[in-house]
Design a protein around this ligand. Structure first.
Ligand code: SAH
Length: 216
């Protein structure tokens, strides 16, 4: 990978430093942010902005998530013990998938837009990310045949948490999901305990909406 200009080690270090200042403490997560080449997930014209802490367009009216959000969600998902099986809803360009993959056993990732699903599949293959199974589908239904999951991460915001996702969460499992209408979303973390499900509010966020059905 080229180590010059706007995608250089120094540019990436600056991003990592910024995330640290914003409260990301997990060394493994910061390490992934440093090492995953975010510029290969965006259009070449945007590559020079890939290590800014900002969401960027990836086509189909969707965006690659902001690095801070990817780090925050990954950290929240990992907290509480190792994860063997993780469900990701909203593969998008596959950046979050690539960040998370070496930190868990296996990721099952669902994307509703066929073009993004195909592109993410090609990128992740190029980067040799092997422990990922991608599917073109509606993640609101989860992935029943692979359930239960130790971790579920949702990259788009529903108005209310889909029932299927809570159902497919294993005992001790964590679900990290943004919930609410545009302009008023909160990032939530659910943990399945013996008898009940615990809910924590992690903070205000801004995500694209979780949509039902398939897209092209
Ligand atoms: N973490 C991704 C974020 C992409 S944006 C990245 O870094 O690229 C959120 C994605 O969720 C979009 O690609 C959108 O198409 C997808 N999405 C929205 N609703 C969905 C649903 N019901 N099932 C699967 N994917 C969905």
């Amino acid at each position: 990978m080229a180590g010059i200009g706007m995608t250089s080690a120094r540019t990436r270090d600056r991003l990592v430093q910024r995330l640290r200042e914003q409260g990301i403490t997990s060394a493994v997560v910061l390490d992934r942010i440093r090492n995953v080449p975010r510029h290969v997930f965006v259009d070449e014209a945007l590559a020079s902005r890939a290590y800014e802490d900002t969401a960027l367009p990836i086509g189909y009216s969707q965006t690659i998530s902001q690095p801070y959000i990817v780090a925050r969600m990954t950290e929240a998902l990992l907290e509480g013990g190792p994860l063997k099986k993780v469900l990701e809803v909203g593969t998008g360009c596959g950046y979050q998938t690539a960040v998370l993959a070496p930190l868990v056993g296996k990721i099952y990732s669902v994307e509703r837009i066929e073009g993004l699903y195909k592109r993410a599949k090609a990128r992740l293959k190029e980067l040799d990310v092997g422990n990922v199974l991608l599917k073109h589908g509606d993640g609101i239904a989860g992935w029943k045949s692979q359930a239960p999951f130790d971790g579920i991460i949702v990259a788009a915001a529903p108005l209310a948490v889909p029932e299927a996702l809570l159902k497919q969460l294993a005992k001790g499992g964590r679900l990290v999901v943004p919930v609410g209408a545009e302009g008023g979303q909160q990032l939530l973390r659910y943990v399945r305990r013996d008898q009940q499900i615990e809910r924590q509010v992690l903070g205000s966020v801004s995500f694209v909406p979780l949509l039902s059905g398939l897209g092209r």
